[in-house]
Write a protein that binds this ligand. Structure first.
Ligand code: AMP
Length: 228
């Protein structure tokens, strides 16, 4: 190669797991440590709902019911976001893909850019604990840092430890009834992707019932391998 360097191809890491497994928390920690960009289709959809875009108007009631938004809408939103320049640092997909159609669409999108899925991490948790995890969680409305009433409270009530903002918010779909529906949707439509990524060789299983920092350490090791 006469010293010529192969072009750097941005790594792609998928986080799989039911609602409450810690995908968002872990994605943000990976983003902070490794400079890869967190792409959460849930966040992108909530932004579309808040902005009242045509996609957001269609998605709103579906999200409130705890069902999955149509593949067409989600794939289009993800495709647009992936085309933004910051994703060249590598991406952590949080909440996408959630169906086989989305997984196949992602494969096709990445093929176009010469990228591939480097790891699909399945965060392995007990469903029974997820309702408690979800119903206690809240985030900083300014920087997006995630907290939990019992497991990760803020040091000062109502004040973000990370950025100092005082605008904490809770998600409308984080209530017991909607969470049950979201768990059903996960088992029916998303859990089969674990077998899909097992077959492609990308699957890595990470036990995720322990402390946040222990799970983060496992993911850190995986991210270091991806970048080496
Ligand atoms: P999340 O923030 O990942 O928990 O997603 C919140 C809600 O957004 C889900 O319950 C779905 O209604 C919708 N959603 C997020 N990502 C997807 C996706 N990849 N496919 C379909 N619906 C999605």
């Amino acid at each position: 190669m006469d010293g010529a360097q192969a072009p750097q191809i941005a790594p792609v890491l998928i986080l799989l797991g039911p609602p409450g497994a810690g995908k968002g928390t872990q994605a943000r920690m990976l983003q902070d440590t490794h400079g890869m960009v967190q792409l959460s289709t849930g966040d992108l959809l909530r932004a579309a709902v808040a902005a009242g875009t045509p996609a957001g108007q269609k998605a709103k009631a579906v999200m409130e019911a705890g069902d999955l938004v149509s593949d067409d809408i989600v794939i289009a939103i993800l495709r647009d976001r992936l085309s933004e320049p910051d994703t060249s640092a590598g991406v952590i997909l949080d909440g996408f893909p959630r169906t086989k159609v989305q997984a196949e669409a992602l494969d096709a999108l990445l093929e176009d850019t010469g990228q591939r899925i480097n790891a699909a991490v399945s965060l392995e948790v007990d469903d029974t604990a997820m309702v408690e995890r979800i119903s206690g969680r809240f985030t900083c409305g300014s920087c997006g840092e995630g907290y939990h009433d019992s497991f990760k409270p803020t040091a000062k009530p109502g004040v973000c430890d990370k950025c100092g903002a005082k605008e904490m918010k809770r998600r409308a779909d984080d209530n017991a009834e909607t969470v049950a529906q979201r768990l059903d949707a996960y088992h029916m439509q998303t859990a089969p992707l674990i077998a899909y990524y097992h077959e492609t060789g990308a699957l890595v299983r990470v036990p995720a019932m322990g402390p946040i920092n222990e799970i983060a350490a496992s993911l850190n090791t995986i991210a270091n391998v991806l970048k080496s």
